[in-house]
Write a protein of this length. Sequence first.
Length: 349
Amino acid sequence: MDSFTLNSRILYDNGFLINGVFKASLMNLIKDCAFNHSVEILSSYSEEELGSKAFFPPDLFFSAELDVSLFLRSDVIKDCVLKENMIALSHKQLIDKDNVAALLPNGKLRLSLVKDSYERLGLEGRPSLYEKLQKHIVEVDLLAKSFQSGKANYERVRRGLTENVPLNMEFVFMLDEDCGKAEGIFGAKRHICRETAQQLKNVKVPLFFPSSEEQSCSPEEMLNWIGALSCDINCEEGGPGVYESSFSTPEPFSAVKYLTRRKWEGMVHSKWIQSILEALWSLHSSNNYSMNDTLQISAITVWGFQDTPVTVGSLEHSYFLHGDNTLIILLINDICHVFRTLGTFDQIQ
């Protein structure tokens, strides 16, 4: 996808006609957003029209206090990382001042270490892009052919994480299917995402058709409107001088009878986000729209964890907290728009 920057840290992919080529690119982008704590659906389609595909309960996720060296065990690599596509992220660790760890979807163990831990670990790494003196990045490919018990590389990593710097952290993690392994191997607790639902009636929706400047709000206004609804701001009663919020629906706008809103919070797998997009994509691509048709709008907002060492794919994540690491997919009739918000120093793909 070709992106341009709205401001210093918001990337916007201009409206694309819903088609197979753009869909494949978008699905790959979602796949690379592995560590997400929330997803929200906002749609003018009813729950009956959306059907069960967009609303089935998300996969279980797990939590456990683990030693990082546990990921080096051959049975964990074989049964969980390789067979079950395990992903894991340290929880309650602050990326700016603590050691942080993540098991990426590609089977690589990413460590973001404070200076003292890195110097004692005895493994080769690189300075962080953001805190070159205080934080260092170490990455271990658990699926590499050379990474086997008894071989020099494996033994060096094992000694580093068991003898030199044992790292014990609370993790949240997900497996593809076999939930018994999570409880048996890791002694983990199982969780289901917390769900909230709401139906908004007679909602003013901004008209967003960037190719027609006279009949469209700006991308920034559209992004702010989606964010306002996510924050439970009443855009109908806002405006200059209003105490609760000065924000109101951008003009021009159209009215829809209702907006279905659902949100899940916990740990959200990218595969589930892909299935949500698939359901909405199917609805929006099934009609031949004209300017006289009723406006149909859907938005998927995905919030990534703040203290993950990566954002998209294996790109390094910074430590400033201001709504960064977020993906918004907006479908208006048969046109798709994509917004990505990043941290001040995050790498841009």
